[in-house]
Design a protein around this ligand. Structure first.
Ligand SMILES: C[S@@+](CC[C@H](N)C(=O)[O-])C[C@H]1O[C@@H](n2cnc3c(N)ncnc32)[C@H](O)[C@@H]1O
Length: 285
């Protein structure tokens, strides 16, 4: 499952959450990056310590290193974490889950969760996030959501997530949600577009949890259904290159308490010493 509010009681959430144990390189290759503009929402100034929770292969971590002097990645899948370590060798890593974060109390200025918060046990994860944040520290939740206005992507989404509603008239505006121990600060959406080949679009679906847990025959049928959608929709039919719109949702929270008194750097990225390159692979408008 991707996205929020998945309430289909028939779905085994534990199995879906664990599906990322079996994937690493393909996830990193085919999944979208996040728009760089998210950084200005969640870390307009460089922070000292940031933690990326459910970091996966580091698709968001590679942006986060621009705005934090020290970054820790916490992720329960060894396969995902191995890719992150290859890409970002200077990021500290912990093979661990959101419900028991192995870092010190009040040690983090910022916690980020990209495309993963829906997998967490909300109560215990929020208690842990609140514990590791310093007073005044921030939590940012991010999701790359489909743009409901794109008919073929909307139809493909229904193949992957039959229990989720996504209708054309949804405005894609993010909804604020209250979380235990944290104050809601803002809810924003960033619209962007990505150029993607038809083949990579189909391969991307194979990295989604409902495909990962499906039996091979069911998985093949799901891919065939999405291929048919692309063949039949006038906006995608016959095209080898697709323009895929995304709506990236950024929900920002704050741990109650004082802000730090020490001065912060002005808005600028940390020197690109983490990887040598931070280019997003996604084309954006
Ligand atoms: C869709 S991936 C997102 C990965 C990465 N943040 C990104 O944006 O590409 C979801 C990630 O959440 C991780 N995950 C699942 N349950 C988790 C939990 N309880 N605590 C921390 N991470 C979890 C999975 O292993 C997986 O790497």
């Amino acid at each position: 499952m991707e996205g929020r509010g998945y309430s289909d009681g028939m779905v085994n959430m534990g199995a879906l959450a664990s599906s990322f144990q079996s994937i690493g390189a393909d996830y990193d290759r085919y999944r979208p990056s996040f728009p760089v503009e998210t950084l200005d929402l969640l870390a307009p100034e460089v922070v000292e310590n940031a933690l990326d929770l459910g970091a996966g292969t580091g698709k968001f971590t590679e942006l986060l290193v621009r705005r934090a002097h020290h970054v820790v990645a916490v992720e329960p899948s060894q396969a995902m974490l191995a890719v992150l370590t290859d890409k970002l060798p200077r990021v500290s890593t912990h093979l661990a889950a959101a419900e028991a974060i192995p870092v010190a109390t009040a040690s983090q200025d910022l916690v980020t969760v990209a495309q993963a918060f829906h997998w967490f046990d909300r109560e215990s994860a929020c208690a842990e996030i609140s514990r590791v944040l310093r007073p005044g520290g921030r939590l940012a939740l991010l999701w790359n959501n489909p743009d409901p206005a794109c008919p073929w992507d909307r139809a493909a989404y229904h193949v992957a997530h039959p229990g989720l509603s996504l209708t054309e008239d949804e405005d894609g505006r993010p909804r604020r949600e209250s979380l235990p121990n944290l104050e809601s600060v803002s809810a924003e959406a960033i619209r962007w577009e990505e150029q993607i080949s038809r083949q990579d679009y189909l391969r991307r679906w194979l990295t989604v949890s409902s495909f990962l847990v499906a039996k091979p025959s069911v998985r093949a049928e799901m891919v065939s259904r999405i291929a048919r959608i692309l063949d039949e929709d006038p906006a995608s039919a016959g095209r080898e290159q697709l323009v895929l719109p995304h709506v990236t949702e950024v929900l920002l929270y704050r741990k109650p308490g004082a802000s730090p008194s020490h001065p912060r750097d002005v808005v600028k990225d940390v020197e690109a010493s983490w990887t040598g390159s931070h280019n997003s692979t996604a084309a954006r408008t």
